[in-house]
Design a protein around this ligand. Structure first.
Ligand code: ATR
Length: 289
């Protein structure tokens, strides 16, 4: 009998999980485990190590075992994009999948909820944020940058500059998104001082500033205009050097942990049939984990 068919108190145990390689560091089980308990869902959320060469066969196994779906983390987000039969619009534009939902017929729908998490966290942290006047500088051109940029485009922001250590990656990103917006351009790495005075939202999407990584060069922050927002997707530490500098300059700041929490909401809703709430209690639980 497939494991999903095991019965507990007469009910089917709904199964979901997160796959990645490595996976040990993932905080998703804490988030989903918290919600499963809070909403009394008869379900489980597993942490599953899947190496790149096992991805195909693992997916077949998960479907056979009755999984409702799973989250996808490094390094599988781009590969999963090519393995699903349906894509939601965000995944289509970002060209990466972080959430998979298994349909009744076993067909897979790939979603990308990172942009949703990014923008929901921004709007909840700074309710007065005005997209129509927003001029954003995105630092980095990887998967997280693509999700953030997609979400900003969906909000019709005025301008998006992208700067990245590897210029070709920033060029490719801008080219990919040119079909959705005309407000994107690149700025050479280390040459952002000139646009700092016009930047109303600065977003670090790189791993710079993370525990064990070098800090991001934060010189430009002092040139940002009054009222500008600095948003760091790094959440370990929570108050990065970038955010500390921004605060010292009197700027508004947004931490990255809320993006992690909010991106989990659509997956939980789809698998377990209940839209969960991101609460202060959950945030504290995550921070103390
Ligand atoms: P993610 O999915 O988290 O965005 P990613 O796709 O691997 O991860 O992208 C990592 C981003 O961080 C890239 O923009 C990368 O720059 P490169 O394209 O030049 O590699 C950036 N990054 C990582 N380490 C960096 C460092 N030491 N200095 C500058 N940028 C760095």
């Amino acid at each position: 009998m497939a494991e999903s068919e095991q019965r507990t108190d007469g009910d089917t145990v709904l199964r979901a999980g997160v796959i990645g390689w490595p996976i040990e560091h993932s905080k998703s089980p804490i988030i989903h485990g918290y919600w499963l308990e809070r909403y009394g869902v008869n379900g489980r959320y597993d942490k599953i190590a899947v190496s790149p060469d096992q991805l195909d066969t693992s997916i077949t196994d998960f479907i056979a075992q009755g999984y409702r779906g799973w989250n996808v983390t490094l390094p599988h987000k781009e590969t999963m994009f090519g393995l699903v039969s349906d894509l939601d619009p965000a995944a289509q534009r970002i060209r990466a999948v972080n959430t998979v939902v298994v349909g009744q017929d076993g067909a897979l729908t790939g979603m990308n909820t990172d942009g949703y998490g990014f923008i929901t966290n921004l709007m909840q942290s700074i309710p007065a944020w005005q997209p129509q006047t927003c001029q954003a500088l995105i630092i980095g051109a990887g998967g997280a940058a693509r999700a953030a940029i997609d979400a900003l485009i969906q909000q019709n922001v005025k301008k998006i500059w992208v700067t990245n250590r590897t210029a070709e990656k920033a060029d490719a990103l801008v080219q990919d998104f040119a079909q959705y917006a005309s407000c994107l351009s690149t700025v050479a790495w280390g040459k952002t001082a000139d646009i700092a005075a016009q930047t109303t939202l600065l977003v670090n999407t790189t791993s710079l500033g993370m525990v064990g990584q070098p800090a991001l060069n934060v010189e430009d922050v002092q040139f940002l205009p009054e009222g500008a927002i600095v948003y760091d997707l790094v959440y370990a530490p929570l108050q990065t050097e970038l955010l500390q500098t921004a605060r010292a300059c009197g700027l508004q700041t947004v931490t990255g942990i809320g993006m992690l929490l909010h991106q989990a909401v659509p997956g939980f809703s789809a698998w377990f049939g209940q839209k969960p709430e991101v609460t202060e209690d959950l945030l504290q639980k995550l921070l103390s984990s």
